[in-house]
Design a protein around this ligand. Structure first.
Ligand code: SAM
Length: 215
């Protein structure tokens, strides 16, 4: 890629999701990415031949702008839309620049849905985590795939916010009609500085991948 995501170096289980996607869907499947950010996952999916619906509410992530980087430097960062153009991938990607919780979205038409560390954002706390998860599930056709990596509680305050969850608690939202294929949980680990986090900091992450067996 000519351009790089500001999130390029953060820990991800996306390769596990991609492996399940290759195994279970066609090479030109439609994948919805919720909280698409500047395209860390949208661009590789589109470059691999998938059609992508990218949903992102943050204008900076969509259009880019000036950013403070670790080491007290400032730089101009491209957003999702410019990155797609630079990589000539815009034809394969539908960008929906709206809040996922309220956007009008095509129910049951996607072969897969993926999100990476999006639902713990405070803008989502007014609504139960179940509503976020349910919305993601409704996008997926029967036989399709659900993948989410997410923040687990680390700080005291996280214990009171259900959006910092665990694979076990999240799996309860996958009642009959879903087959949980894989869960992963990390121990606490140190993440290097990245956008919004100017210093080394501690995370704990979970992953859940499920297949939609029936309504
Ligand atoms: C931590 S960032 C994602 C970083 C990640 N590594 C990646 O590139 O996928 C999460 C993104 O989700 C977006 N997001 C969170 N809640 C959202 C919502 N309700 N609707 C749309 N986007 C949302 C945020 O604006 C942010 O850009």
């Amino acid at each position: 890629m000519q351009t790089q995501s500001l999130w390029e170096h953060t820990l991800t289980f996306f390769p596990q999701f991609l492996a399940a996607l290759k195994e279970r869907t066609s090479p030109d499947a439609t994948v919805a990415v919720v909280g698409a950010s500047d395209g860390k996952f949208v661009l590789p999916l589109a470059a691999a031949g998938y059609r992508v619906i990218a949903i992102e509410r943050d204008p900076f992530a969509l259009h880019g702008g000036e950013v403070s980087l670790p080491g007290d430097t400032r730089a101009q960062a491209p957003g999702l839309i410019d990155r797609l153009k630079a990589e000539e991938l815009h034809d394969r990607v539908q960008v929906i620049g709206e809040d996922f919780l309220t956007a009008e979205l095509p129910e049951g038409h996607c072969d897969a849905v993926w999100t990476s560390c999006s639902w713990h954002y405070s803008a989502n706390h007014h609504s139960p985590l179940a509503a976020f998860v349910r919305r993601m599930q409704t996008l997926v056709r029967e036989g399709g795939l659900f993948g989410a990596e997410f923040m687990m509680p680390v700080e005291e305050r996280h214990q009171f916010i259900e959006h910092y969850t665990s694979p076990e608690r999240l799996a309860r939202h996958f009642t009959p009609g879903w087959d949980v294929l894989l869960t992963v949980r990390t121990n606490q680990f140190i993440e290097r500085p990245h956008l919004g986090q100017p210093h080394d900091h501690t995370h704990r992450m979970g992953l859940l991948i499920a297949a939609h067996t029936a309504r």
